[in-house]
Design a protein around this ligand. Sequence first.
Ligand code: SF4
Ligand code: SF4
Length: 490
Amino acid sequence: MQFNEIANGFLDFGFRMNFRGGYNILLKGMPDIEVKVMPEPDELYLPLRSRRFLFSEISVKDGERVNSGDILAKDPDNYAVPLLAPRAGVVRLKKDEGQVVLEEIAHLEEHADIDKEEQSHIEHEMGAAGIKRYRLLTLGAWQFFYDAYTGALPDPLGTPQAIIVSTVSLEPYLARGDAQLHKRLLNFNRGLEQLQSLLEYQPIYLVLPDIKSEFADLVRNHIRGYAWVKTVNIPLTYPYDDFSILARKLGLGRDKGPVWGVRTEGVLAVDRALTSTKPCTARIISIAGTGINSPCHIKIMPGYPIKKIMEEYVSEPPVRMINGGILTGQILGEETLGIDTECRGITVLPELREREFLGFARPGWSRSCFAACYLSALRKKFFERFNTGVRGEGRPCISCNFCEDICPAGITPHLIHKYLYRDLLEEAEQARTDLCVECGLCSYVCPSKIDLRQQLIDAKKLIEQEKEEIRKEQLRQEELARKAAEEKNE
Ligand code: SF4
Ligand code: SF4
């Protein structure tokens, strides 16, 4: 046994938690650790919309020449988070098509598009900590932060009760933390130190895989001197890396204030923005799935043409391209020409255009099934070659309970589905629809092919809307009562 192993055995006192549910789908086409750099593009197509952001406030004019790092647009509903120009070029505004195009691309020195007047105003009001937060926002690092419970962008001037930093990424096909950290450990450490400087006494929880690997040990050794970092070791089971599950398991109650979540790429962005004062316009994403020649990671910038990625990595179209992982990603429509600012990976699956002849009667030797009803259940565990075939029609719930068994949030998706089917929104709320972390496992295992995840997402939105309407009505009634009392006194 090596000294390091002995030392790790004694000194690795990180948290270990008990989880429920969760599942790993074994799939071919997972990305390996290699990071390839894509060739420079001729044009960039920057989508104005991403999962959380809508960059509706355009800051540039059609035909304007911009530098790398300039602010092209802002999202006014998300603390004015900016859309930055990843390269110098000439702007072509295609607002109706939902994108900003950069032509005549040049790879010049990046610069920080910081408003000096605003910066000195913030320094005057908030001091050095305010400047740091302003830089994180303006230089594009803040968009890597999440509110652990809602997934929304947190308030950059807020104070969290804790920060959860995750180096683990478990959704199939998404970019792996170790690939992003590889060769960047020093930057990661500096990023952690910068994060800590934003806090007073609040802890940083660093999530690591609960495995013995050379790389995990290297990370543990690097952060060993940081008393303010508490390590949390999690099993590599999807979706135990989810920020809201982790926050709950760590006892960071929602009522005690916000919890921030940030992944490996976010910590590296913090280092870049605060140590080098440079814009964060590059990212390492995965390009994976069974429709890809050699699944790996690619260093890329927002706006990179999807067509160019396809030419490089897809040899046998037709394929379905998904922005994100297999369980929570969104299908990339033909109208989307470039990578958006929040993309963490591109999943490519062979498109099944024709039904398999007598597919329903095949024993499924090469297909896996949660219910162990295919012949493949007799095989040892194997990695399936996934495609877009759904195999069969949707059916009513058969109360098999698979969705309940697998749900990491401890709720009963089939029961909520039945409430929603009968428009019983109040009952759905009482069944704790709000706890759903939108992992998609229930939809994956359901033998009746019910899209439970989407139903729960829609129900959560509806419940929030109803609550908001009730809040507004209460305020309206209070205002009316106040006015009536004033009139009476007069
Ligand atoms: S109900 Fe929500 S948390 Fe539970 S398995 Fe389905 S998507 Fe995941
Ligand atoms: S997995 Fe599907 S069929 Fe089974 S209980 Fe859940 S909703 Fe019903």
